[in-house]
Design a protein around this ligand. Sequence first.
Ligand code: HEC
Length: 135
Amino acid sequence: MKRFLIVTFAAAMLASCGGGDGTKTGETKDSAAKAETPAANDITKDPAYEKGLALEAANDCATCHKIDEKVQGPSFTDVANKYAGTSDTIVTHLAKKIISGGSGVWGEVMMTPHPMLSQQDAEAIVKYIFLFKNK
Ligand code: HEC
């Protein structure tokens, strides 16, 4: 009986050695996943980034907004920290505000209206701005 157990154990060891190959494959996958992590944290890889950046650059936003510094308007980081993920309608709301302009939320300075922007494009810029949360 003892011998049977030892043989079974040895067989199990062999089987798990065979499984060792499987583990190696698993490790490869793991390290690939690890290699993807920095990219996942890299906002420039986000689909919202390129589109929003292009739209922002094609407009006058940078005259009054910087990513991490208040100019005439609040920094994009401050805007993102205030709103990102707060509600489902916030993107729509902020896009409308960009189009119509306004003041009173961050101070008395007025944001000029941007009537040439479509609601869709303004929303794309808002999603881009939200990428700067906690940066
Ligand atoms: C003439 C300067 C100016 C320009 C140009 C400008 N902004 Fe603003 N922006 C402001 C000011 C000032 C505020 C703060 C308004 C307030 O206090 O309600 C603001 C606020 C915002 C907010 C936050 C709104 C809120 O209610 O909290 C967003 C988002 C924003 N701007 C995006 C943009 C985008 C995108 C563009 C380019 C299409 C742009 N801004 C162009 C001055 C500007």
